[in-house]
Design a protein around this ligand. Structure first.
Ligand code: CP
Length: 312
């Protein structure tokens, strides 16, 4: 199958076949990262611009590493050190970037829809690295890759996504991604953090955290996004941890082969206990490792894959 997408903007616009192609390509890319010399010439001569208006550790660095492992030239700009601080608009910034002829622009922005806007303005491929509360498709793809790798498939699994669903682009992209691949997704958390109508994305809603945990094959915990909350949506962090947090006791009631995920950054002791982050069921760092492979696959595929790049 040929990958014909110019941009990666959200999970809605990827078909099951395209998702499978991305995951299969990422599986093959993963091997490059364990070679003594972690570099192939596949994207030599391509330029990748990483434009991050919001802080990021995992996404920015893994895109940077992914580009370098494929021999692309990558450069990072942060909003705080760009002419955005002098009042330049996103559209003008995009036009100026385009004038320098990059091949791929990776954009993280605090406003929903910015990647779609950028993709309509530039000829370069645009990859959404998280836009406001809307979408984080590369996170969902690396989560799908990690679950598929651990369980051998995704269809039929029960995924519990727990926490601040309202403010979470990761939740939205994962609900769409996992349901598209045949999993059953249950979301749970404080009623103040579950948006009305979320079921339309394909998930069911449960307010019984213990039941959601004990029935799940995969438990995905989400951070409370204080930076996006306009008011406190629960009384104290201690109370949140007690009522909704993934404690050691709750994990003891989960399935014996449960997988525990978190997109990061983790608030230890709030949504997830210290010992659970580092415990035997946690695959949080596997997610980070697979983030490099998925992003290598995406850079390769939007560059034309085997058609345009020198496959190695
Ligand atoms: N999961 C995630 O997007 O992490 P960063 O904000 O560190 O990129």
């Amino acid at each position: 199958m040929l990958f014909t997408k110019k941009d990666i903007l959200d999970m809605e616009s990827l078909s099951v076949d395209e998702i499978n192609l991305i995951l299969d390509t990422a599986d093959r890319m993963k091997e490059i990262s364990i070679r003594p010399i972690k570099k192939v010439p596949t994207l030599r001569g391509k330029t990748v611009v990483l434009f991050f208006y919001e802080p990021s550790t995992r996404t920015r660095i893994s895109f940077d590493i992914a580009a370098k492992r494929l021999s692309a030239d990558s450069l990072s700009i942060a909003a705080s050190t760009s002419s955005i601080v002098k009042g330049e608009t996103l559209a003008d910034t995009a036009r100026n970037l385009e004038a320098m002829n990059p091949d791929i622009i990776v954009l993280r922005h605090s406003s929903a829809g910015t990647s779609h806007l950028l993709a309509g303005l530039v000829k370069s491929s645009v990859i959404n690295a998280g836009d406001g509360m809307h979408a984080h498709p590369t996170q969902a793809l690396l989560d799908l890759m990690t679950v598929r790798e651990k369980r051998g498939g995704i269809s039929g699994l029960r995924i519990a996504i727990i926490g601040d669903i309202s403010h979470s682009r990761v939740a939205r992209s994962n609900i769409i991604g996992f349901t598209k691949m045949g999993a059953e997704v249950v979301i749970t958390g404080p009623p103040t953090m579950i948006p009305k109508g979320i079921e339309t994305l394909g998930a069911s809603v449960s307010y019984n955290v213990d039941k959601a945990i004990c029935n799940a094959d995969v438990i995905m915990m989400l951070r409370i996004q204080k930076e996006r909350q306009k008011s406190f949506l629960f009384p104290t962090e201690r109370e949140y941890s007690k009522v909704y947090g993934l404690t050691k006791e709750r994990v003891e009631n989960a399935r014996s082969n449960v997988l525990i995920m978190h997109p990061g950054p983790v608030n230890r002791g709030v949504e997830i206990a210290y010992e659970v982050v580092d415990g035997p069921y946690s695959i949080i760092l596997d997610q980070v490792t697979n983030g490099v492979a998925v992003r290598m696959a995406l850079l390769y595929l939007v560059s034309g894959g085997a058609r345009n790049a020198g496959a190695d």
